[in-house]
Design a binder for this molecule. Structure first.
Ligand code: MG
Length: 172
């Protein structure tokens, strides 16, 4: 029995990562969440497309692999990343962890926003993210909550997102 447990232990390593991101809502910007353009009077302001869901996810994945954060790999002072799709950044993040033998296990992401309702767009977001991460859509969960009108997300000044992930490394 002890031998069996040891054998299972050396077959894979699992790590957990956490990410958090905030962007300001302004008029005159497109609202991009999970790689989907969502009809809304306001969009998120940022150097890239300011996709707060994808940024939180990238930070969680990098954190799990002990590879720092999104800003370290893609600094907002670098003109190459101006207006870039965050889904492309996510693809690069997944490649970075893959080069160390890690693969995404699952991701659970929470958007904090008073509006709009994202339910009609969640399936497409999960598809964009699972494609970028090279996993199946049932390994990605995106959900949303309001803050009942409280704080900067409640007043519509901005949106926040939290992400928790597992990453897995398989051993021979
Ligand atoms: Mg960000």
């Amino acid at each position: 029995m002890i031998g069996e447990c040891k054998r299972l232990y050396i077959m894979n390593t699992i790590r957990i990562g956490f990410g958090y991101d905030v962007h300001r809502l302004v008029s005159g910007c497109a609202l991009i969440l999970g790689g989907v353009k969502i009809p809304h009077p306001y969009g998120l302001l940022g150097h890239s497309d300011a996709d707060v869901i994808t940024h939180a996810l990238c930070d969680a994945i990098l954190g799990a692999a002990a590879l720092g954060d999104l800003g370290r790999h893609f600094p907002d002072s670098d003109p190459r990343y101006a207006g870039i799709s965050s889904i492309k950044l996510l693809e690069e993040v997944v490649q970075k962890i893959a080069s160390s033998g890690w693969k995404l296990g699952n991701a659970d992401i929470t958007l904090v926003a008073q509006a709009p309702k994202i339910v009609p767009f969640v399936t497409e977001m999960e598809k964009n993210i699972s494609d970028a991460c090279r996993v199946s859509a049932d390994q990605i969960n995106i959900k949303a909550t309001t803050t009942e009108g409280l704080g900067f997300t409640g007043t519509g000044e901005g949106m926040a997102a939290y992400a928790v992930v597992t990453i897995i490394k398989w051993h021979q």
